[in-house]
Design a protein around this ligand. Structure first.
Ligand code: MG
Length: 245
């Protein structure tokens, strides 16, 4: 066997070993160590793009707002629910603790107003902690009042806003606060927010009610409803689901 033939043979051997997975398995052999004890994770069908996981609770999926209180003046059309301007926000009938929340929203395509008066709404976790909804596309306002902000506390890490009228998404992981029976704060709330798939809040510690200045905690139950704000703008919502953690 001359040098050229030997080289060819080694190359073809390597290719066939890789194809069989033999080399690939050896390369990741360290992951074959005994698994740590613990409960077997339950099986969840993640759903397709734009769908929802099999263990999610649907809070609004285009038909009606029966899961919500004070929704009589909100309109449902073309799979979206629009803020009933002047009639107040809507609040879930159920209460939630720690959770993963997905929702989509769109501010009006016809731009009106500036700053906080343009496409303002909000996602209130446990009715106390607002993740701001705002048309932040080429619309200056104070940073901790922008879309993706923990209102009044944390500006988003980046401005991942789409144009007004376009659908945008929030994926929120929320750990609620803990209070003792006397109402003393034992552990603050934490939140992580992805805005259009982009990380904008990375496990930040919520300082208290976002409506308070300065923020401070008001003791409340471990489980509280979710609230969507009426801030005078006809913001639309769709595809709202939640997983309790
Ligand atoms: Mg708001």
């Amino acid at each position: 066997m001359n040098a050229g033939t030997r080289k060819m043979t080694l190359v073809s051997l390597s290719v066939s070993l890789l194809a069989s997975g033999a080399l690939a398995c050896k390369m990741v052999g360290r992951e074959n160590r005994a698994s740590s004890p613990g409960a077997e994770p339950s099986v969840v069908d993640p759903g397709g793009i734009g769908l929802f996981p099999s263990d999610a609770m649907l809070l609004f999926y285009g038909r009606d707002l029966s899961q919500w209180r004070n929704a009589d003046h909100w309109t449902v059309k073309d799979g979206a629910a629009t803020v009933g301007v002047g009639y107040g926000g809507i609040t879930t009938r159920r209460a939630f603790g720690d959770c993963q929340l997905h929702l989509e929203w769109a501010t009006p395509a016809d731009v009106e107003g500036t700053g906080q008066e343009r496409g303002n709404s909000g996602v209130y976790l446990q009715e106390h902690y607002e993740i701001q909804v705002l048309d932040s596309y080429q619309n200056k306002t104070y940073p901790n009042g922008m879309a993706g902000a923990v209102y009044g506390q944390y500006a988003p890490l980046v401005n991942a806003s789409r144009k007004p009228g376009e659908w945008q998404s929030y994926d929120i992981i929320f750990e609620g606060p803990r209070f003792n029976p006397q109402g003393k704060l034992l552990k603050p709330a934490f939140v992580t927010v992805l805005f259009n798939g982009v990380l904008v809040q990375n496990h930040v510690e919520i300082k208290g009610d976002t409506g308070a200045d300065p923020p401070s905690y008001t003791p409340h139950a471990a489980k509280m409803p979710l609230h969507l704000q009426d801030h005078g703008c006809p913001v639309r919502y769709r595809n709202i689901w939640i997983r309790e953690l």
